[in-house]
Design a protein around this ligand. Structure first.
Ligand code: FES
Length: 155
């Protein structure tokens, strides 16, 4: 773990130190900037917020949104919330896992895609929905997912 990554995370987090309830926005800011919240950054963030490492770790593990390792160049999120579940999200996720050769929170066999779950992408009326690198796609089918993964240019 490069020391400067943890230092960068601490500097980013410190900007939220004086905000009431600032830990969560701080962790979001770190992940937005670095793609993940490095475990080595936890002690520094804890110090900034006058919390224990365990408290910061508890927040990071409570919210599925936070990653502890850097994601692949492309991140595919398959919505698993209620509306999407009712419209075949489980089958879509199974297809994604088979196609990518990895499980949830894993990387595809070629290392190019990280597979994650999401819990509502705001497209409930057009479910099932997925998000690929911050772009949402509605009414997804296994066939359309194959197209999406096959044609998208890596970031
Ligand atoms: S439940 Fe999937 S987009 Fe809302």
């Amino acid at each position: 773990m490069p020391v400067d990554l943890a230092a960068s995370a601490r500097i980013i987090a410190a900007a939220h130190r004086d905000t009431p309830g600032g830990l969560l926005p701080a962790l979001h800011a770190v992940q937005d900037a670095l793609g993940h919240v490095p475990p080595a950054a936890v002690p520094g963030i804890a110090e900034e917020f006058n919390l224990s490492r365990a408290e910061v770790h508890g927040v990071l593990t409570y919210y599925h949104h936070f990653r502890s390792t850097a994601p692949a160049p492309r991140v595919l999120q398959v919505c698993r919330a209620e509306a999407c579940q009712a419209m075949g999200a489980d089958a879509l996720l199974a297809h994604a896992q088979q196609r990518l050769g990895c499980g949830l929170h894993g990387r595809s066999a070629d290392g190019g895609v990280t597979l994650e779950a999401a819990y509502c992408l705001g497209l409930c009326a057009s479910s099932p929905a997925v998000m690929l690198n911050d772009e949402v796609h509605a009414r997804m089918t296994p066939e359309r997912l194959d197209e999406l993964l096959g044609t998208e240019v890596p970031a």
